[in-house]
Design a binder for this molecule. Structure first.
Ligand SMILES: Nc1ncnc2c1ncn2[C@@H]1O[C@H](COP(=O)(O)OP(=O)(O)OP(=O)(O)O)[C@@H](O)[C@H]1O
Length: 471
């Protein structure tokens, strides 16, 4: 097994090496590899610049002081343009600084961080590793599966509590979105991904000119870019919270209409300039509608009074009001039931919930993921939202190379093996992967299997490699 060593702390990380950062990133670390005191398990998620793996303490490294399982966020720096590599190192510094100084039950815990030395694995050499508390899933997965009604208020309250702590500690998250709201096995909410977080100096801080378009407040679309980045204030997180509240109550849809993030961004700017009203889905109940409307006040000035602390106070007061009893968890037994329900839903979202059909052969459950958010929010199986399964993962992914059976976002599939190096596919969000899964088609189909590109799912079960398809 090639030697992977821990070179040093993240603060002081150098930039060196050769090879890609996100391309084929889930293949960076094979299962069973040792990284520092951790043994790598299955990949659990892929971000723009990182891959997250499950891991456990290796052999004797375990003990009462180490958690039984953790998440390793690997951020390769090798082979990147110097500016990109610097951005990753800076992003890791921010995560480490924030983790070191602001621990809280509503923020994902950072256990340690280090830089890898792997001279015989160029793609890993110089990679930054953050060892984090492991969550069971993310709010994005729960939204895709459908958030149980009874859990919605509790989830928003958890996000709000995390933001209130961050803001009190003098930080702005600057990238609040459902992907960065993780859920513990007990159903608890934990904010994560502090790579864009900005420390406040006075009323504002500076963040890199990045972020996720769907969660940017109107003022960010025109914010000037200075030498230190763009100015961000806690009110930017409050705006993002408003969007998330709407998504939680309105089946994952944004309050701003548009088929693409850019179109929704244009709608945000129109609203911010007073040229369009705020239109929320009727599914959002009155209390949460008012709260979301306050979070989505069109200017920083109008939003600034709605601090995370004040919103938290309103939620707590509503919980105490008998009229609002529906959002109050009733006692321990009720809370435990909610947690179980939440974990079950998160689990179903992660596994696809399909029983394995041949216990003798290893299979894994996948859920189809459509990167086009408008398709994710449509209940009907509209043709324009259908996705193709390829006949040949080595041939161009065109209509000529897909089976007649189509799949839609949220469909469960059973996979029997994975192909690490098929034709590279880039999804609508820019995620790129050469990985494919061979999936079962309904009984009687010819051929009996087809290929799903890994970018079309967020579940990555541990599966044997497929034999390379013959030309
Ligand atoms: N501590 C964790 N426990 C369990 N899963 C995690 C953990 N951290 C991240 N993940 C999963 O891994 C995925 C990738 O996380 P990461 O922070 O690298 O990127 P992201 O937030 O999805 O994307 P980006 O940072 O590019 O915006 C997340 O969406 C989440 O599902």
């Amino acid at each position: 097994m090639p030697a992977i060593t821990v070179q040093g702390a993240v603060l002081g990380a150098g930039i060196s090496g050769a090879a890609g950062a996100t391309e084929e990133s889930v293949d960076l670390l094979p299962r069973g590899h040792r990284v520092g005191k951790w043994t790598v398990g299955e990949p659990i998620g892929v971000g723009g610049w990182s891959t997250v793996y499950a891991a456990r303490p290796s052999g004797r490294a375990g003990g009462p002081d180490l958690p039984a399982e953790v998440a390793l966020k690997i951020m390769p720096t090798a082979g990147l343009a110097p500016r990109q590599a610097r951005r990753i190192v800076e992003s890791a510094h921010r995560e480490v600084e924030l983790g070191r100084r602001t621990g809280h039950p509503r923020l994902i815990g950072l256990i340690e961080s280090f830089v890898l030395g792997a001279p015989d694995r160029p793609a890993l050499d110089g990679a930054i590793v953050l060892v984090m508390e492991r969550a069971a899933g993310s709010l994005r997965e729960l939204l895709d599966a459908g958030v149980p009604e009874a859990d919605r208020g509790r989830l928003i309250e958890g996000i709000c509590a995390g933001l209130a702590h961050l803001h009190r500690a003098g930080w702005v998250h600057a990238d609040l979105k459902p992907e960065n709201v993780l859920l513990g096995r007990d159903g608890s909410v934990k904010l994560s991904d502090f790579g864009l977080a900005a420390e406040l100096t006075g009323t504002h801080g500076y963040a890199p000119p990045l972020g996720t378009l769907d969660y940017l407040p109107p003022e960010r679309w025109k914010a000037p870019l200075g030498a230190q980045g763009v100015q961000v204030r806690p009110s930017a997180d409050i705006w993002a919270l408003g969007v998330v509240i709407h998504e939680v109550f309105a089946s994952g849809t944004s309050p701003f209409a548009g088929a693409t993030p850019l179109a929704r961004g244009a709608a945000v700017q129109e609203y911010g300039e007073g040229r369009a009203p705020l239109r929320m889905d009727h599914a959002v109940p009155p209390f949460w509608r008012q709260l979301a409307a306050d979070c989505l006040a069109p200017t920083h000035e109008a939003r600034a009074g709605h601090t995370a602390d004040s919103l938290l106070g309103r939620i707590a007061a509503a919980r105490r009001t008998p009229r609002r009893r529906r959002i109050r968890p009733r006692g321990r037994a009720r809370a435990a039931l909610l947690a179980v329900a939440l974990c079950a839903t998160a689990g179903a979202a992660l596994s696809g919930g399909t029983p394995r059909d041949d216990p003798a052969r290893p299979t894994g459950d996948l859920t189809v993921f459509n990167a086009d958010r408008t398709c994710r929010s449509r209940p009907a199986r509209e043709p324009q939202c259908s996705l193709g399964l390829a006949i040949d993962p080595m041939a161009p992914y065109t209509p000529a190379n897909v089976v007649p059976i189509r799949v839609w976002h949220g469909d469960p599939l059973t996979a029997e093996c994975r192909l690490p190096h098929g034709l590279p596919i880039v999804d609508e969000d820019g995620h790129r992967s050469t990985q494919w899964f061979r999936v079962h088609l309904p009984t009687g189909s010819t051929p009996p299997t087809a290929w799903l590109p890994a970018v079309r799912t967020r579940t990555h079960p541990s599966l044997p490699d497929c034999p390379h398809p013959s030309p």
